[in-house]
Design a protein around this ligand. Structure first.
Ligand code: HEM
Length: 362
């Protein structure tokens, strides 16, 4: 496991090699919160995040260094654990850009609640939010500690709206990482945008727009999988649904995992996921995927409440919308259901000594 700087041109947790665990949280600002409250919250969050990502307590007195007569600053469950590759990435939802905070003229183009898509079955209580925090780490305890303490720091200014744990990455952002698998058993992240591909990052991920320059947009979708139904599907059919082989992850048009798919023949079906999601079918649109597997227990029929918590970074919300519309014909749709959704503008990285999103308030 590594230690990543909180400060930098871009926020960590986007191109950072995808860690093994996720705790994602969305917050709403308190009803009576002011612009000053928001600025202070972002300052306090940035300070604690800059420490926790270095493997430190949230403050100098921390879990056990303060007064025995007061609740400790830090909740303590990460004491003795290393930084564990922790990254903490903050995002601003559409609801933040209103006159409560004097931000009504700063709304980035396209930062609107996502439109309804065919087949959506969204739980609105587990969607959206004024702010979001993506905490990724190689130790789940470290990711949970981060969200728990940032939630506590927000007390009186912002409240937790919903959160999601993810236990296994479904993507890779570095050529040194092996491609992991999603809960359908397929390699996921083969054709992703990687950290060393500066041209693709500039073209598809980083914004160049005003205060958001060097930031991005994050889309989250909680996608439930009908696991038990999927598990009764023939192998050859599973492979046709994705357009790739299950073992190697090679395109059905031939070659190995990293051979470009060839859509000129009929080996890769017209309604396969890879064909419909590929840049060639979508005016050149590409996204950086950074999702996680999740299992939240089971339902009353004994079926796993499992799926993929999809996270993607793109320079323009319209890019996700284009892809998701194209996937309306996806053969995989019989086996999935989108149950949660959210979109946030991801500010650039904080400068040393400053705080995340400072550019918004200048
Ligand atoms: C590719 C799985 C949802 C966009 C893939 C691949 C798999 C996969 C196995 C092929 C390997 C790879 O290149 O990573 C899934 C599953 C999903 C899901 C199980 C839901 C449960 C989505 C959504 C989007 C999306 C919602 C975007 C709206 C893409 C893109 C590619 C891809 C852009 C790369 C296509 C290419 O360039 O070849 N996905 N995916 N996926 N997926 Fe998904």
């Amino acid at each position: 496991a590594a230690t990543y700087d909180f400060f930098g041109a871009h926020q960590a947790g986007i191109t950072t090699p995808v860690q093994d665990h996720l705790h994602f949280a969305a917050f709403d600002m308190a009803k009576d919160a002011t612009r000053a409250d928001l600025i202070e919250l972002l300052q306090d969050w940035s300070y604690a995040a800059s420490r926790m990502t270095q493997g430190l307590d949230t403050s100098a007195t921390g879990a056990v260094g303060g007064s025995p007569e007061a609740p400790p600053d830090d909740t303590g469950e990460a004491l003795g654990l290393p930084a564990s590759s922790l990254t903490i990435t903050f995002g601003f939802g559409p609801g933040l850009f209103d006159d409560r905070f004097g931000l009504e003229n700063q709304r980035p183009d396209g930062l609107e609640t996502l439109p309804a898509f065919l087949g959506d079955d969204l739980d609105l209580k587990k969607s959206d939010g004024d702010l979001c925090i993506q905490a990724c780490a190689d130790d789940p305890q470290v990711a949970v500690h981060a969200i728990r303490n940032l939630t506590r720091i927000a007390f009186g200014r912002a409240v937790l709206r919903w959160s999601q744990l993810g236990f296994g990455r479904t993507s890779r952002t570095s050529s040194e990482q092996q491609t992991p698998r999603n809960l359908f058993g397929f390699k996921d992240g083969t054709a992703n945008i990687l950290a060393d591909d500066d041209a693709a990052l500039t073209d598809h991920v980083w914004s160049s727009d005003g205060w958001l320059a060097d930031g991005s947009f994050l889309v989250a979708r909680r996608i439930a999988m009908r696991i038990e139904t999927w598990d009764r599907v023939r192998l050859s059919e599973q492979e046709r649904i994705f357009g790739r082989s299950k073992g190697e992850g090679a395109p059905l048009s031939g070659g190995d995992e990293f051979t470009d798919p060839d859509f000129s023949g009929s080996e890769i079906p017209a309604d396969s996921h890879v064909r419909l999601a590929h840049a060639e079918q979508n005016d050149g649109v590409r996204i950086l995927r950074r999702g996680y597997n999740y299992v939240d227990g089971n339902d009353e029929l004994g079926q796993l409440s499992a799926g993929l918590f999809f996270l993607s970074y793109q320079r323009d919300p319209q890019h996700f919308i284009t892809l998701q519309k194209s996937l309306a014909r996806d053969a995989m749709n019989e086996y999935i259901r989108h149950t949660g959704s959210g979109i946030w503008a991801i500010p650039p990285g904080a400068k040393t000594g400053s705080f995340v999103g400072a550019g918004l308030f200048e």
